[in-house]
Design a protein around this ligand. Structure first.
Ligand code: GLU
Length: 469
């Protein structure tokens, strides 16, 4: 039997990092089993779906390594409405489903507000189809439904506790529970790997598989992803969109490595491992069922490690979208013609060891490409205290006299200027740095001045001095 798995996102918003995690797990599982990964877009909620969200899913999947030509699909659930209705009809004709005209108020009036779920009032009324009549599945009164789950063992549900749930609404349209099962069935899905949030649906869905006469799949409900307060990651509260991480400058390799650590770890005492090792070592049955903490701080640190591990040419190439403002990435503060690739290449190795996400490249190098530095006023106030004017005057004179404009000479010169005023190098650097880069922190100062060049450095120091008058 060929293993067939599917990833079945609903295109109702940005692509959630938890979804990306499930997609990767499906992907690796299929690959390990010599199976097929199917992409199905569950677009039946017409009010909430938008075509651009679908395109967002495809490109986000591509970004984390699930290429468009490497899977079956995408299929669109909305194309199979006929099959969903036919299945609902079969369940009705075989007596496994019945029509019901109860309103929620009717049910509550009978059961009281406390009781949840449907009371079975229409079970034996023999109603036929009709406008406003929902179709309900007749759940067995006895026995239990045992779900075989690679992550959770065998969760067992008592059938008598499962209500007669709706499978088609009053307007005849089948609900998610049924459409999802019918599509999995017709697409020959053997393993359903999805988020824990769907576990409560699973006994109902397995009953539908049984009632439709097909052997149910093997399930794997992977853990819910939570924030530092152990709340489920939500798009209203947390940064959950994979696209947001991409645009901030997380590397795809770092991101997918990190996503795979949500509930699982490779062997040995290491977390940063080549993708080929993850593909080989990952085991669904080793996934920890407890909620998985999405630790953004750790992801950042991870990304910094990945950035530092890049060959410098690759780092330079990876920075380009932020240096030019490509696609959804904001343009940098300089004009394209102000950018100087050679100057960038000269400071790139210094930046590579200092940034954790690629977007941070821009504030680190903008001083090189802007005619005037962007002065951070708080930094200015902090650095330009008493003595700053005198220090800048002396630095200007000493820098003008320098024979060789190189980092080492610049450092020795400023060190001497500082020492004459009883200042350590760090203190002497601060006004110079703010005058030239506009900031209190950044790349190593003297290398920066070397690349910026004598004329521009002196012009900025003089301009700062004028401002201090
Ligand atoms: N469309 C469902 C969702 O996005 C997927 C359900 C499933 O994987 O079975 O949550």
């Amino acid at each position: 039997m060929t293993v067939r798995v599917r990833f079945a996102p609903s295109p109702t918003g940005m692509f959630h990092v938890g979804g990306a995690r499930s997609a990767l797990q499906n992907w690796i599982f299929a690959k390990q089993q010599g199976g097929v990964f199917v992409l199905r877009i569950e677009d039946t909620d017409a009010a909430r779906n938008k075509p651009e969200w679908t395109e967002g899913i495809l490109s986000a999947l591509e970004w984390i390594g699930i290429a468009r030509d490497s899977y079956e699909g995408p299929y669109f659930q909305s194309s199979y409405a006929g099959e969903h209705r036919a299945a609902a009809q079969r369940l009705y004709e075989s007596g496994r489903a019945y029509y019901c005209d109860c309103t929620r108020e009717d049910v509550q009036a009978r059961t009281g507000p406390q009781q949840r779920g449907y009371d079975g009032f229409c079970r034996d009324r023999g109603l036929g189809p009709g406008e406003g009549r929902a179709l309900r599945f007749r759940t067995p009164d006895e026995g239990e439904t045992v779900v075989v789950d690679l992550v959770r063992g065998e969760p067992t549900f008592e059938n008598k506790l499962i209500e007669d749930f709706v499978i088609a609404r009053g307007d005849g349209s089948p609900v998610f529970l049924l459409a999802n099962v019918v599509d999995d069935m017709s697409m020959g899905i053997t393993h359903v790997i999805r988020a824990e949030e769907h576990l409560p649906n699973t006994p109902k869905q397995q009953l539908l598989w049984d009632a439709l006469g097909v052997k149910p799949p093997i399930w794997a409900h992977v853990p819910v992803v939570v924030n530092e307060k152990r709340q489920k990651l939500s798009k209203r509260r947390d940064k959950v969109a994979l696209e947001a991480y991409r645009d901030e400058g997380y590397l795809a390799d770092a991101m997918r490595n990190y996503l795979m650590l949500l509930g699982w770890a490779p062997s040995g005492d290491r977390e940063i491992v080549p993708w080929s090792v993850i593909e080989q070592e990952f085991r669904l049955d080793e996934v920890n069922p407890s909620p998985a903490f999405f630790d953004e701080k750790k992801l950042r640190a991870f990304n910094g490690d990945y950035i530092r591990a890049l060959p410098v040419e690759d780092f330079i190439a990876a920075c380009q979208p932020w240096l030019t403002g490509t696609g959804t990435i904001a343009p940098p503060p300089w004009q394209p013609e102000e950018f100087d690739p050679a100057a960038f290449a000269a400071v790139a190795p210094l930046a590579q060891t200092r940034i954790a996400v690629l977007s941070e490249i821009v504030p680190n190098v903008d001083f090189l490409f802007l005619a005037d530095p962007l002065i951070d006023e708080a930094a200015w106030a902090k650095a330009m205290k008493e003595g700053a004017a005198d220090l800048l005057d002396a630095a200007i004179v000493a820098f003008e006299a320098l024979e060789s404009w190189d980092a080492e000479s610049l450092k020795a010169t400023l060190e001497a200027v500082g020492a004459e005023r009883g200042l350590k190098l760090g203190k002497a650097q601060a006004p110079v740095r703010v005058a030239v880069t506009g900031r209190t922190v950044g790349l190593p100062l003297f290398e920066s001045l070397e690349v910026l060049g004598r004329d521009r450095t002196l012009t900025r120091l003089r301009a700062a001095r004028v401002r201090l008058v």
